[in-house]
Design a protein around this ligand. Sequence first.
Ligand code: SAH
Length: 354
Amino acid sequence: MAKTLLKNLSLDELDSWMKELKLPAYRSRQLSEWIYRKRARGFEDMSNLPAGLRKNLEEKATLNSLSLLRSRKSGDGSEKFLFQLEDGESIESVLMPMRKHQTLCISSQVGCAMACHFCETGRWGFRRNLKQAEILDQVLFLMDRAGDSTFNLVFMGMGEPLQNYSTMLGALRILSHERGFGISEKRITVSTVGIPGRIRDLANSGLRVSLALSLVSVDEDIRRVLIPSASKMRIRELLDASEYYADKTQRQVTLEYVLFDGVNDRSKDAKRLREIVQGRPFKLNIIPFNPGETPVEMMLPGIQEARELRRPTPRKIDTFVGRLASAIPSVTVRWSQGSDVGGGCGQLRGRKES
Ligand code: SAH
């Protein structure tokens, strides 16, 4: 009989599974504590479980779904990890030390189907959804590596989290549950390219995690070219769903805006952004574009000649932010960490060649 990968189970399912082994409820609590709180690597570590039970668990269940292939440390202190999954696929995650906490950037899929032209993962394509255990094991591994700290978790690694919705929901419940990781929902951010129905589902799920929407462009036509999967999506619909999310959860939604030179950093873009954000429950996060390995040149609606996607100069970034800051006090700029080792936003890709 195939062994059960325990981190794929919800806490209720874990309780039922232990009950079938004729074990009392407190044993199941001890087991979840070992897995998620004490971060046990093997059943042999679970010192308050009787030896017979540990052996029984060893025969029926497994704990780990990832193995580390490689890690690369950036000059800024962040570290990128490449993991191998049981079927030979690979994913990346990033650990970023901040002043008062550590941020863990986690993947939700192997590859991504959203096909954003500016993102390495999108250009690589979609392989498969991650399982709950594979999501949770990234968190466990990075926490272990980071040591004692407060953690912020961002689902901004590989993949579109809302396309792996039910698995993500299961993972989020364990991440936030006091019997799981016990991370405050506010400290967990799900970033999405924008699937309005799923944003509403998440709003109605009872979880109150932070939501970030990758707006990227306020020009409908340009957004559709940069994000081919959004070809049928209206910006209006995405903003409405985000506003619904903010109302339901009482949390402001972050609009992520990847900034490209001459594409979406014009004064008319700033004006439209101000109109969108003002008076609405949104925060704005500008992410200066991180180039990938190969330059991307494309024709964009309303722009005369073909353009290579480039990061604007610091002066142009300042000018753009300056145009917003007077009207939007909550605008921030994200200087991606780890970009020197391909660990910045949009630079992740499962790959084994060095
Ligand atoms: N699929 C999710 C999570 C992906 S990455 C989403 O689309 O939101 C998280 C953020 O990084 C998104 O806002 C995305 O637009 C941004 N991003 C992707 N590629 C980038 C790049 N090359 N430079 C800067 N930001 C990028």
